[in-house]
Design a protein around this ligand. Structure first.
Ligand code: AMP
Ligand code: MG
Length: 487
């Protein structure tokens, strides 16, 4: 276990020089105080969880103090936002403080979000509000606990610094951890500004640091692109299987590592709704829940375009073609598990689609349905669930097929089935209204609820005595919260 001043740094991205990022110092926020810290994320840096309570912790992650070895940098990138190319984005309110490495030799980017203005801030104030910092913190750590690849969150530090959004709010900072902060938009920036040498420096860095096994392939860039396609297909399959809606899948918010990145107006589905749009500025529903699948491919083709200096168009096109079949295979595999099935049959896809259609029609709670399906043997479970559906005849027909399918599946021991299903079907998810309640309390200075919610979501598959209210369906008001895009 390390103390805070024992962190060791090796700032590999900073060494790529000023063409890729700019030195900027964080601008501190006033009266910093710890809102919440993640012991699991601290462990990634070998940090003793007790150090979160020390004053120096809040000072380091609010811009008041810096390690001597840190080299804060704002990265430059561009990207497609809502389908339209924006030639210059970049870290407008976040800084890569440096790369710390742990005893296992793993490097973690320390990225301080809300650290003040940079050359890429455009009209923005460089700040992040408490509300959005708490949402990113809770979402990253909740996704991690669900087994969905994501950036991590070390802590949120609150302050008394005022910031203006629709109304006056308080600034906060979030310390994000990720093995890399390189986005699809990084490659797009150097491609569209026609800087092949810098693009090559970026490409070689990413290959060497994050895809070293691809360097052994005859065409390293192609091997890397293939890996990125595979990881994205798997990631988006997990989002769809668990009802996660990212909300702003712009190419500047897509990680080169294929992990969930940059949290804005995201949401987990309460009632199942394939057409759900969590970002209320997304008028066209470009990033609606079901559109995430084709948008994943659209974003990969934007990356492919930027990689044309390294890879033939034909090879790129062929590799892009892998996305959809891989997505479908992963998705079906996950949904079979969620249904408690251990084998594969040809009709399983239809079984899943029919169920989702019935859920859609009746507004059935997406997460709780699967949890309850595992509570009892199939016949009893479906009897208990049928009242939630509107098309009862349709549900009965589905239930009959499901029970027959489950019976053919081999392992019919209910105790084992329950354990198997509960291990993949969370009881607790980050519902918008739960986040909102924790945020409301935090905004009046009470951080106990954020901490409790974080603790509950850190173990989402295990029933936790006394935490029943976190497993309930949302109240009616909680289903229609509008999450502001301004953060
Ligand atoms: P986002 O919507 O958070 O993915 O951000 C899109 C772009 O806007 C990125 O370049 C951000 O750095 C920048 N940005 C967002 N909010 C602010 C802000 N308050 N101040 C400066 N830049 C910002
Ligand atoms: Mg972003």
């Amino acid at each position: 276990m390390k103390a805070l001043d024992e962190l060791t740094f090796d700032n590999r991205f900073a060494r790529l020089g000023d063409a890729l990022s700019t030195h900027v110092l964080p601008e501190p926020i006033a009266e910093p105080c710890l809102v919440v810290a993640s012991p699991a994320a601290m462990a990634l840096l070998d940090l003793d969880p007790a150090v979160a309570e020390t004053p120096v912790f809040a000072e380091l992650f609010s811009g008041h103090k810096l390690w001597a070895e840190a080299e804060p940098r704002a990265m430059v990138y561009s990207g497609h936002q809502f389908g339209v190319y924006n030639p210059q984005l970049g870290d407008g309110r976040g800084l890569l403080l440096g790369e710390a490495y742990n005893e296992a030799g793993e490097h973690w980017d320390l990225h301080l979000k809300g650290a003040g203005q940079t050359p890429y801030s455009r009209m923005g104030d460089g700040r992040a509000v408490l509300r959005s910092s708490i949402r990113e913190f809770l979402a990253s750590e909740a996704l991690q606990a669900l087994g969905i690849p994501t950036t991590r969150a070390l802590c949120v530090i609150g302050s008394s610094t005022p910031v203006w959004r629709e109304k006056q709010e308080r600034a906060a900072m979030l310390l994000r951890l990720s093995p890399s902060h390189v986005r699809f938009g990084h490659f797009e920036y150097f491609y569209y500004t026609k800087r092949p040498e810098q693009q090559k420096a970026l490409g070689e860095h990413v290959l060497a640091m994050h895809f070293p096994e691809c360097l052994e392939q005859p065409e390293p860039y192609l091997a890397m692109f293939r890996e990125i396609v595979e990881r994205n297909a798997e990631l988006i399959a997990k989002w769809q299987a668990y009802g996660f809606c990212h909300g702003v899948m712009n190419t500047d918010n897509m990680s080169i590592l294929g992990i969930t990145f940059d949290f804005g107006p995201f949401a987990f589905l309460d009632d199942f709704d394939a057409h759900f749009i969590c970002n209320h500025s997304d008028d066209q529903g470009r990033y609606s829940f079901s559109n995430q699948v084709p948008i994943g491919q659209w974003n990969l083709s934007a990356l492919a375009q930027a990689l044309t200096p390294f890879i033939s168009v034909e090879a790129l096109r062929e590799t892009l073609g892998l996305y959809f079949p891989l997505y479908q295979a992963h998705y079906l595999d996950l949904m079979r598990r969620r249904l408690g099935l251990t084998t594969a049959e040809d009709d399983d896809q239809t079984l899943v689609e029919n169920l989702l259609q019935l859920m859609q029609n009746a507004g059935v709670d997406y997460s709780l349905f699967f949890r309850r399906l595992g509570d009892h043997a199939p016949e009893l479970a479906v009897t208990r669930l049928r009242d939630d559906f509107v098309d009862i005849k349709g549900f009965d027909a589905w239930a009959e097929r499901y029970c027959a399918r489950a019976a053919r599946d081999g392992d019919n021991d209910q105790a084992r089935r329950r354990i198997r299903m509960h291990a993949v079907n969370p009881l607790y998810i980050l519902r918008n209204y739960l986040a909102q309640k924790a945020i409301d309390a935090a905004q009046s200075g009470d951080y106990a609820e954020v901490r409790r919610l974080h603790a509950v979501l850190s173990d989402p598959f295990t029933e936790q005595p006394g935490m029943e209210r976190y497993a309930e369906r949302p109240p009616e008001w909680g289903k229609h919260l509008e999450i502001s895009c301004s953060s």
